[in-house]
Design a protein around this ligand. Structure first.
Ligand SMILES: [Zn+2]
Length: 503
């Protein structure tokens, strides 16, 4: 995967040999060595290879025909680092030095994530910044900050056009993928204008409010002509309350206005294909021009760690991404695709690092798949997060220690305890459900900290772990990707991407 990306980057650079590939896998280079046992010469060679790769890096000043924006919801830098180590350790490699496809992307910027009104933002305001080029109030979607959250009567005239709407007007085709509900904040920012992110279905609107709910906005979207592919969760917001869910006999729809938005979508798109399970996904013809609406769960799709046991089956994020690139890639006028790893955030809110890292590794696989498939001469690929989480990698665990293990163990395996005579895990949270109220913390050496359901300890007891306010990183590859550099305001990403698309 990493090797093929390196090859891809080098081919686009017109180089004969994949220089980037030389420094990514110490185990491969020296199979007789244990993880972490690189020599001084190995490190020096690794550093020189990274220098040479950069000296040979072409500067493509061109325009892009296509844009793929990958958003790892809540994927802060500590999440990227821990997931890299986990990805390597799962593959039996030296996790710390593994180079992921995201790592290998050539250009990067720091991104400031505060919203119009909050130091630490939510996903609605941050997604709005990415797709409309302005900051807005937390909780609001693609409306200007002059409106007030939750107040429908302040919404008039405040809609801000989105990159997706503008791309469709420019003749491009569109795709939206999320492992969260497709009406959830990040994907909704592309097509909905709402002063409240929670108005996903009509029953969530305030009594008598004239605003339209988010699911309805997706089906009524005037720009849906170009919308070729919508894949995610969130079926219930499209189905009336008296209708039974196709996957769960005990589940009902969420609408109280009697509308069946899936039937409305089918009527609007007579050739369109509506799907809700893995078998139907597998049977899709990627070469067909017919629009696809896939809603694989009543609410969010499964976490990657639980996906295999889903009742009706679900495609992986990489499989959905591959289908989208094939389907949208046949457009002569280009495409804009958003791919959200939506549940990294949810696992972190639950203080459950294992699921968060599994979802990040699945997100990385989707990025790798995209970089394998696209031509970086005409496709701009961006990978970023909307905001971070209060997730830390702490202590001094020796090289090669399980990322889910104890930080406080010496190289001889002896416990090195904190002031309360108990060891602690490498991964932890500044707040969250893993903290005890008026009770001493548990001894993690007496628990299986590598278990999928393990909740890392936290300092401050909150019911849900919170977002973090530090900058996130953005990685970029493709035409004029070098413009993504330095420290950027989050809303500047829209302006740079739009410039590169020549819109
Ligand atoms: Zn969140």
């Amino acid at each position: 995967m990493t090797r093929s990306l390196a090859l891809l980057l080098c081919l686009s650079a017109g180089l004969a040999a994949p220089v980037l590939a030389q420094h990514n896998a110490p185990k491969e280079a020296a199979p007789d060595k244990e993880p972490g046992e690189q020599t001084a010469a190995d490190y020096a060679a690794q550093g020189r290879a990274q220098l040479e790769a950069r000296l040979a890096m072409p500067v493509n000043q061109g325009k892009a025909k296509n844009l793929i924006i990958f958003i790892g919801d809540g994927m802060g830098v500590s999440t990227l680092t821990a997931a890299r180590i986990w990805q390597g350790q799962k593959a039996g490699q030296d996790g710390e030095s593994v180079e992921t496809a995201i790592d290998a992307m050539p250009h990067a910027a720091m991104v400031k994530t505060y919203s119009h009104d909050f130091q630490v933002s939510d996903s609605a305001a941050t997604a709005t910044a990415l797709v409309t080029g302005i900051k807005t109030r937390s909780g609001m979607l693609s409306v200007a900050p002059a409106a007030q959250r939750g107040q429908c009567d302040t919404a008039g005239g405040q809609d801000v056009p989105t990159l997706f709407e503008q791309a469709e007007s420019a003749g491009k085709v569109l795709g939206l993928i999320s492992t969260a509900r497709i009406t959830h904040a990040t994907p909704a920012s592309a097509y909905a204008h709402s002063v409240d992110r929670n108005w996903e279905t009509n029953s969530e609107l305030p009594e008598g409010a004239s605003c339209r709910d988010i699911a309805r906005q997706l089906v009524e979207w005037p720009h849906a002509k170009g919308l070729k592919l919508v894949l995610g969760g969130g079926r219930a917001a499209f189905i009336p309350r008296d209708q039974t869910d196709p996957e769960y006999a005990e589940g009902k729809g969420g609408r109280t206005d009697g509308r069946d938005l899936i039937a409305e979508w089918k009527a609007k798109h007579p050739k369109g294909q509506y799907i809700w399970n893995a078998a139907q996904f597998g049977a899709l013809d990627a070469a067909s021009d017919a629009p696809v609406l896939g809603l694989f769960e009543p609410s969010h799709m499964q976490f990657e760690a639980d996906r295999a046991s889903d009742k009706a089956g679900e495609p992986s994020l990489a499989e959905m991404t591959a289908l989208a690139i094939t389907k949208l890639g046949s457009s002569d006028t280009g495409y804009v695709l958003m791919v959200e790893g939506g549940r990294i955030d949810h696992a972190h809110h639950g203080g459950n690092a294992h699921r968060a890292l599994d979802d990040t590794v699945a997100f990385e696989a989707a990025v790798a798949k995209a970089l394998e498939m696209v031509d970086l001469a005409d496709t701009l690929v961006l990978v970023t997060a909307d905001h971070s989480h209060v997730f830390t990698i702490a202590g001094y665990p020796p090289r090669g220690t399980s990322i889910f293990g104890l930080a406080s163990v010496t190289e001889d395996g002896e416990p090195l305890n904190a002031k309360d005579d108990k060891p602690y895990t490498t991964l932890g949270y500044a707040n969250g459900p893993g903290a005890k109220v008026n009770e001493a913390r548990a001894d993690p050496s007496q628990e299986d900290t590598t278990a999928l359901n393990y909740r890392q300890q936290a300092t401050v007891p909150t019911s849900g772990e919170t977002h973090g306010g530090e900058d996130v990183v953005l990685k970029a590859a493709g035409p004029s990707a070098h413009l993504f550099t330095g420290t950027l305001e989050q809303h500047s990403i829209y302006h740079i991407a739009k410039h590169i698309l020549g819109m």
